[in-house]
Design a protein around this ligand. Sequence first.
Ligand SMILES: [Zn+2]
Length: 196
Amino acid sequence: MRIKLTFDVEFPSNPKIQNNQLEQILKILEANKITATFFIEGRWAQANIEQVAQIHDLGHVLGNHTFHHCQCINLTPFGLYRELTKTDRILTSITGKRGPHPFRLPYGSGHKSLYVKLMLKMLGFKHTHWDIDSFDWRDDAAQIIRNLETQIIDFKGKEPVVLFHSWPKGTLAGLNYLIENVEVEEVQSVRIHKND
Ligand SMILES: [Zn+2]
């Protein structure tokens, strides 16, 4: 079964959480020869530029997750433009690609809104939603695994997009579960956009 692995990389929404599992995530992916797409909050990228370059150097795809991880549905057209272009410029400085890079709306907010969809289209971006939410931010390993286990059954043969985050501890449990239990050698992410 092929799975499209995606990781949202951002400052945790809960300020009490100081975790950053990115190093471990990258190690697990590298050890299993898996590539994924990482949607990165622009201001996180600005503060952690070496880690973003590392993600790129390991062969993963870099994606845009707005600059301030905001609810895009509440932004003015100019606000949305700034959130997207500012982040894309940072990604371009690393990937060398002109962009637009793959994109994901924070919280998926506005993915059904005509306004957001039209704005994204005008700016050349396309939101990448997910089929399976790992709920990794709940940090309860057993629950995350149970949740993945039940959801994945519905997507046999369909290459579902799975949503993880870079910062919860639960991410590692979910990721290891997928690698170890979903027909190991066939678990590999596939790129989301043809031209990535
Ligand atoms: Zn996010």
